[in-house]
Design a protein around this ligand. Structure first.
Ligand SMILES: Cc1cc2nc3c(=O)[nH]c(=O)nc-3n(C[C@H](O)[C@H](O)[C@H](O)COP(=O)(O)OP(=O)(O)OC[C@H]3O[C@@H](n4cnc5c(N)ncnc54)[C@H](O)[C@@H]3O)c2cc1C
Length: 460
């Protein structure tokens, strides 16, 4: 009778989980384990930890249906795994190939303790990032050529779902997913957030494919319509297989456009892996000396939906209510924070981390640098300098997005919704919205801020 450990870390599902499948084919009994790292959890957001709790509960249910159980432990991964291996006479650990430097280090340390760590793909559509290089064997820094190369990479086969999973003993000590409650502050939880788990992830996919994909190109930027998949958290927690998603797509211009978006996630993972310093500093050396005013009053106004620009304030309200922001709105609020308010992109990156359920270090960092015009895939700064008034008029034509998140503006006529401060006073009275009383005046003048930002970037 042989036994192995399957260490669930970066993907929390049973379908298309190559490590789990292979272990169940190679061994009679398996210990599926997830380890809580207290130090890491204390740094994660309440939204993140709550979603994780739901994912683990669902994963446990699914493994129980196969005859096993998800073992939950807390502590240092290296010690926990070596102790468990010793107790149950296990010499092999099956797990997922990861580009996370901390996980890679643990894999190597486990090897030094005499355990064989077998790594299998599953986090991305193309897991072998080393293969994606230019003709001169360089790493890509621009998205489109990366995307072309990525499209041409060979895909692995989807792994069959294990049909059984038996623990070597009935008495393996385990914690409950509710262990995570101690890392969740109810006041930080977004009341309208989505819920986690593999079953819900596939329901979200089905819903998107049946109702939204056919109009993705037309609608994905339209804030008045909820036209995107909301699968980002599922992809980042690994409750859904990106390869299964790709395989489920029929060829069409809409599915190509959607797949291209999914490739951005893999591009940013690739970029952060090869350029880890991007986490702290601008990728473009010429912008490393940019000076930021970092006015705390402006920062608070941005965080608390008090800038006086409805598109900014509604997006930031969506963040607090749902732990999510539409991609178009993320672009607009990030441009506004850095270029209009002159606040360091690292502070925006941090605030997103505090609420986003789909927070992913690489995508968050890559996108913040992209909008601030300091990262990879460069473009002149004005190309990513969004006018909050024009953006609202173009992308929330019906005003539905703004009115959903800012009920104070519910009765403001559409013609004033992007600049409520120009409403005549009689209109303010009849709309039940006095500017400066019920809704703030704009904290900066966009045209003036634009000029200041242009000069600042020009100096570098
Ligand atoms: C400043 C800023 C910060 C961001 N931070 C994050 C983050 O922490 N985590 C995160 O997953 N995404 C982040 N994004 C990217 C993007 O906004 C979200 O992935 C997207 O809004 C998720 O919605 P969806 O699943 O409905 O997207 P869909 O439009 O349905 O796209 C499908 C999938 O493609 C991927 N994707 C789409 N756009 C991007 C992109 N620009 N960059 C990377 N992946 C993309 C996501 O995995 C997404 O689920 C950020 C964007 C900006 C501008």
């Amino acid at each position: 009778m042989t036994q192995a450990i399957v260490w669930f870390n970066s993907i929390l599902r049973i379908n298309d989980h190559p490590a789990f499948t292979q272990a169940s084919q190679d061994h009679q009994s398996i210990i599926p384990i997830f380890i809580f790292d207290q130090r890491q959890l204390a740094q994660k957001s309440s939204n993140h930890n709550h979603f994780l709790m739901e994912c683990l509960a669902n994963l446990d249910q699914k493994i129980k249906k196969l005859g096993g159980q998800l073992i939950l432990r807390d502590g240092d991964c290296l010690n926990t795994l070596s102790q468990l291996a010793q107790e149950h006479k296990v010499s092999q650990i099956y797990t997922t190939l990861s580009y996370n430097p901390k996980l890679q280090l643990t894999y190597r340390q486990l090897g030094k303790k005499g355990l064989t760590v077998k790594q299998f793909p599953g986090q991305y559509i193309v897991d072998d990032l080393d293969q994606i290089v230019t003709k001169n064997q360089q790493h890509y820094q621009v998205f489109t050529p990366f995307y072309r190369n990525w499209l041409a990479q060979k895909r692995r086969l989807i792994s069959p779902t294990p049909v059984h999973c038996h623990l070597p003993s009935k008495n393996i000590k385990t914690l409950q997913p509710s262990y995570l409650n101690q890392f969740i502050k109810s006041e930080d939880l977004s009341p309208n957030k989505i819920h986690g788990g593999e079953d819900l992830a596939y329901q979200r996919l089905d819903h998107f494919l049946a109702n939204k994909l056919n109009d993705y190109l037309a609608n994905h930027d339209n804030l008045s319509i909820d036209g995107t998949s909301h699968l980002s958290a599922d992809l980042n927690f690994g409750t859904i297989s990106p390869l299964m998603i790709e395989a489920s797509l029929n060829p069409s211009t809409n599915s190509t456009a959607w797949l291209r978006q999914m490739c951005w996630r893999e591009f940013y993972a690739y970029i952060l892996y090869y350029y880890p310093d991007n986490l702290k500093q601008e990728f473009q050396t010429k912008y490393r000396n940019l000076q930021w005013t970092n006015d705390p009053i402006y920062l608070q106004a941005w965080q608390n939906s008090q800038t006086g620009y409805p598109i900014i304030d509604s997006a930031m309200k969506q963040l607090r209510l749902e732990g999510f922001i539409h991609n178009r709105a993320r672009l607009i609020v990030a441009s506004f924070l850095t270029k209009d308010l002159d606040i360091d992109w690292r502070l925006g990156q941090q605030y997103f981390e505090k609420y986003l359920i789909d927070h992913d270090t690489a995508s968050n960092n890559g996108n913040w640098q992209w909008v601030t015009s300091v990262g990879v895939d460069p473009a002149p700064m004005f190309r990513r300098f969004y006018n909050p008034i024009k953006q609202q008029i173009a992308y929330d034509k019906t005003g539905q997005y703004v009115k959903k998140y800012l009920p104070t503006l519910a009765q403001v006529p559409n013609q004033f919704l992007a600049q409520p401060w120009i409403m005549p006073i009689s209109q303010q009275v009849s709309s039940n919205c006095l500017i400066g009383v019920d809704y703030p005046l704009p904290i900066v003048d966009h045209q003036l801020a634009r000029q200041i930002a242009f000069n600042k970037y020009k100096l570098n």
